[in-house]
Design a protein around this ligand. Sequence first.
Ligand SMILES: [Ca+2]
Length: 152
Amino acid sequence: MFPLLSKTSALSLLLWALSSPAFPAEEMTGILILEIEGLKGVDGDVYVAVYDSESRWLGEEAVLTTRVAITESLDGDLVRTELQLPLGTYALSVFFDADKDGELDTNLFGLPKEQIAISNNAIGKFGPPKYEDAVFTLGAEPLIQHITMKEL
Ligand SMILES: [Ca+2]
């Protein structure tokens, strides 16, 4: 990793890196465990986007987006993944990228053609699910969100 450094200085660099907290003390992080069921297949990826405010909900400015390779995350019938986030309130959206093009495919009316889901399994009435229905609080204890994928 550090070809120009002696073993000793590489070690001290490593110790220094380990001693530096990734977040300031007041920004504790929590563990969010996603358990996703109801996927129509195991070939493809699951994309997760996490939002921290109603104004950014389902827009481009997610606080975290991640791709989960299904075959690497199977736990029985579930796809299981863990996210680390600063403590706070969040809502998230999930979609199943069945054709692995990295995008949620939509039809002529802009409706999803691939499976989607929202935290708390919130569903929309006459439009997208509301942030307030999807919001959850991540505290110091690990939190499980059990999500069932849906087709529109
Ligand atoms: Ca797709």
